[in-house]
Design a protein around this ligand. Structure first.
Ligand SMILES: Nc1nc2c(ncn2[C@@H]2O[C@H](COP(=O)(O)OP(=O)(O)OP(=O)(O)O)[C@@H](O)[C@H]2O)c(=O)[nH]1
Ligand SMILES: [Mg+2]
Length: 147
């Protein structure tokens, strides 16, 4: 776990993490960015800077950029996904909170327009509740009668 004090420059933390990952010869480095709105230009610029720093330290990195979308967000998720993809080349999605009443139908719109694959779904708050995406299960649940 690599971190700095609250308020630090996120790109500097990313730089430290990339250095540490290389030094320790780890297989996987995961960066978790704090929640941010696509309407906040300076925060989106920070994301771009993180990408640049990573690519400089580990050529080709990041190899995957996941956008986490909350299933309760509805169609506004398409706007978010579009803007994040433009800014930081999102390569896949994680759709959380599918255990509630929301079914995540907006994934169809996102897939249609942006062609982004869904990598993970969240179906609860436990460690094991983040699962690889199963398209057949998802479609079945989408049309299932609830209640
Ligand atoms: N029921 C349910 N709760 C979830 C799911 N995923 C996350 N949560 C809960 O939602 C809350 C927020 O989750 P976080 O993982 O902190 O969300 P985050 O996107 O990292 O938030 P920021 O870092 O503030 O952007 C926590 O209480 C989680 O347990 C899910 O799939 N189902
Ligand atoms: Mg978080």
């Amino acid at each position: 776990m690599v971190r700095q004090e609250s308020g630090s420059d996120p790109a500097a933390v990313a730089f430290d993490a990339a250095k540490a990952a290389a030094a320790r010869k780890v297989d996987v480095l995961i960066l978790d960015t704090a929640g941010r709105l696509h309407t906040k230009v300076n925060l989106m610029e920070e994301l771009k800077k993180i990408r640049r720093v990573l690519d400089r330290e580990i050529p080709g990195a990041p190899h995957e950029t996941l956008l986490v979308v909350d299933a309760t967000t509805g169609q506004n998720a398409l706007v978010q996904a579009r803007l994040f993809q433009e800014a930081v080349e999102v390569s896949g999605l994680a759709l959380t909170k599918l255990d509630g009443t929301a079914r995540g139908g907006m994934l169809v719109a996102i897939g249609n327009e942006l062609g982004l694959p869904v990598r993970y779904v969240g179906i609860g708050e436990g460690m094991e509740d983040l699962r690889p995406f199963d398209p057949d299960l998802f479609v079945e649940a989408l049309f299932e009668q609830k209640g």
